[in-house]
Write a protein that binds this ligand. Structure first.
Ligand SMILES: Cc1cc2nc3c(=O)[nH]c(=O)nc-3n(C[C@H](O)[C@H](O)[C@H](O)COP(=O)(O)OP(=O)(O)OC[C@H]3O[C@@H](n4cnc5c(N)ncnc54)[C@H](O)[C@@H]3O)c2cc1C
Length: 464
């Protein structure tokens, strides 16, 4: 047996400057999914986020409070300067994720369709910075959702569809999605009561739809030109999953006095919310997809947007961990640096593992979407949705604790903003409990199917 010092060295540890930091961000199991062109894009993106955006996050959070509404954010000095820089980095085209349906739009001079795993990596890198999330539209769960809904399902008015997709991608119009209602539990979308009576068919330009009911907690209803409203259109349909249709309303078409929009008073910084009452509101007939498909369309939309929001949260968690490490290296308590305490080391290891776990779950779901489609990946996406916001909001909570009052109250760190974003995702769209319950149901049905196959296999083996 040769002496240790005489054994051939098979691995030479590279010097720090030889390692591109991007490699540290991409899980080893995913690296072979990216080609050179994609890697080059990630490198540019990482540089843009780390050198241009992260140092400006707190400036942005301060400036954005001075503006009345999100629509005005484009005129924040810090946003204007970064939009110019984005062109220099050649990152100004918007990225639109798509699974193996491989959508070819013809608008590609303004935006680029990327596969799900590439967008997953983009969302993770961008998620580290608050300002980058805004610049790459990852803050706008609804905008991203509307684009997905339109691209995947088309709409009964093709010309309007082309115009809307174009304008939404260019960020020149806003949209809102109206599902929740005050009187019924939003956790179960099948409960909704707003009705839409359809007069005529989609081929006829003069056909109309008449809406009645009240939607609640609708983000940006007043500020949006486009409303997507989930309504009951087929009340007599036996299959409860086929009773709803997603109706598209252009706000300019809404007759005066047929809707009442009232703001809902909420804490500053979350956005603007409204209650919208439809009173025999008669508008041109425009629906997304087919009649009765509304529930399924929204489920798929929610899977896609939530997956990428979760990747954004993983990036956010990574940044919160970096800030905590920095703080613990600087702050002395009772005579020694926080970094030296055993509790800190334990917590740091704990949260590092949690982020990596969430990240791997997310990438696994994105890869399955690419190969088998979003529907086939619903179990994997279900896991991501249930676990990531919970873990990342607890991680940010820990970071705030570690920073003391500096983290909790001051706007000199983005931590309290991060907490609000991650915490609200545990209620928004579908609350945690409902997600766990859905996943549990899916697991029971999988168990029953697998058990049946297993029993059949056993019988046929016994017969041989
Ligand atoms: C920031 C934010 C933005 C929003 N934006 C919009 C928007 O733009 N458009 C829109 O339509 N809506 C929007 N909503 C509303 C959101 O969709 C609903 O809040 C959500 O669907 C939950 O519905 P709910 O509030 O009626 O809660 P409920 O359905 O009443 O649920 C209340 C609680 O019950 C518990 N619960 C639910 N299901 C189960 C279960 N299966 N088992 C055990 N416990 C359970 C959970 O703790 C849950 O939090 C937004 C909400 C937030 C917080």
């Amino acid at each position: 047996m040769p002496n240790v010092s005489e054994r051939p060295r098979t691995y030479k540890k590279p010097a720090l400057e030889e390692v591109d930091p991007i490699t540290n961000y991409i899980p080893a199991s995913v690296r072979d999914k990216f080609d050179e062109r994609q890697m080059a894009r990630f490198k540019k993106l990482r540089k843009f986020v780390e050198f241009e955006c992260l140092p400006l996050d707190t400036v942005y959070l301060h400036e954005s409070t001075l503006f009345e509404h999100e629509n005005d954010l484009e005129s924040c000095p810090v946003i204007m300067s970064l939009r110019k820089k984005l062109e220099g980095y050649q990152l100004h085209k918007m990225f639109v994720p798509m699974d193996q349906r491989g959508y070819d739009s013809g608008f590609n001079d303004k935006w680029e369709v990327v596969n799900m795993v590439e967008f997953a990596m983009i969302a993770y890198l961008v998620g580290r910075s608050v300002i980058a999330s805004y610049l790459f539209n990852l803050d706008d769960l609804i905008g991203l959702g509307t684009i997905q809904v339109l691209l995947r399902n088309g709409c009964s008015n093709h010309d309007l569809w082309v115009q809307l997709v174009d304008e939404l991608v260019a960020n020149s119009i806003k949209s809102c999605i109206m599902v929740s209602e005050k009187d019924v539990a939003g956790s179960d979308t099948l409960n909704i009561q707003t009705t839409c009576t359809i007069n005529g068919d989609e081929m006829n330009e003069d056909s109309t739809m008449v809406l009645n009911g009240t939607k609640w907690f609708i983000k940006d209803a007043m500020e949006s030109e486009i409303w997507l409203v989930l309504c009951v259109t087929e009340p007599d349909e036996g299959n409860i999953y086929r009773r709803h249709t997603l109706c598209l309303i252009n706000r300019n078409d809404v007759p005066p006095n047929s809707t009442k929009i009232e703001p809902i008073q909420i804490n500053e910084g979350i956005g603007k919310f409204y209650q919208v009452q439809f009173k025999s509101c008669t508008v041109p007939l425009t629906i997304i997809g087919e009649r009765g498909e509304g529930y399924q369309i929204l489920q798929t939309k929610s899977s896609i947007t939530r997956l990428f929001q979760c990747l954004k949260l993983c990036g956010m968690g990574q940044e919160s961990l970096r800030l905590s490490n920095k703080r613990a290296g600087e702050r002395k308590v009772f005579g020694s640096k926080l970094q030296k305490s055993e509790t800190f080391k334990f917590d740091l290891a704990h949260w590092t593992i949690k982020i990596e776990t969430c990240k791997l779950l997310c990438f696994n779901a994105a890869i399955k979407c690419d190969f088998e489609g979003v529907k086939a990946a619903r179990e994997e996406i279900g896991m991501v949705k249930a676990v990531t916001p919970k873990e990342i909001s607890s991680l940010v909570d820990w970071s705030i604790q570690l920073h003391g009052c500096y983290g909790l109250c001051s706007t000199q760190t983005p931590l309290s903003h991060m907490w609000q974003v991650s915490r609200s995702l545990r209620i928004n769209d579908t609350p945690d409990e409902s997600l766990f319950s859905q996943l549990g149901r899916l697991e029971i049905s999988n168990y029953n199917k697998f058990q049946k196959t297993y029993d059949q296999e056993l019988i046929s083996l016994a017969g041989k």
